[in-house]
Design a protein around this ligand. Structure first.
Ligand SMILES: [Zn+2]
Length: 128
């Protein structure tokens, strides 16, 4: 299955591996928590106009909320909650603080993959 010649599962898999969604030959990050401006291999722009990062934040917020809810659900279903809920709030607080930091890179990469699927990532101009 593909959209305008861009394979959906292949593009999302590149995003999940933190690779360029266009070519898959380079990573999206030049160092931890630092997104490259563009792909050194194919020139796809990773940092576009102001506010482009809001989609990555949205993905991170939604997945963090899902992780918090899943943790709460698992806690309530597990035998660990037999002693009460005194540890539940600290646990959820820790998940809410740590999950978005741990998921930051994947949120950015998946946002780039989704944007590439919808409209295609623009290429860097040769003189830029
Ligand atoms: Zn590339």
């Amino acid at each position: 299955m593909s959209k305008d010649g861009r394979p959906i599962f292949g593009t999302l898999a590149r995003g999940a591996r933190l690779c360029c969604p266009v070519c898959g030959r380079a990573t999206v990050f030049q160092s931890p928590f630092r997104v490259r401006h563009h792909c050194p291999s194919c020139g796809a722009l990773f940092q576009r106009e102001e506010g482009f990062f809001v989609g990555a934040i949205m993905i991170n917020v939604v997945t963090t909320e899902a992780a918090v809810m899943a943790t709460a659900g698992l806690w309530l279903l597990s035998s660990a909650s037999g002693g009460g809920d005194s540890l539940l709030l600290p646990l959820l607080f820790a998940v809410a603080l740590l999950f978005p930091v741990a998921f930051y890179h994947h949120a950015w990469s998946l946002w780039l993959a989704a944007d590439h699927l919808v409209e295609g990532l623009p290429r860097r101009r040769p003189d830029a």
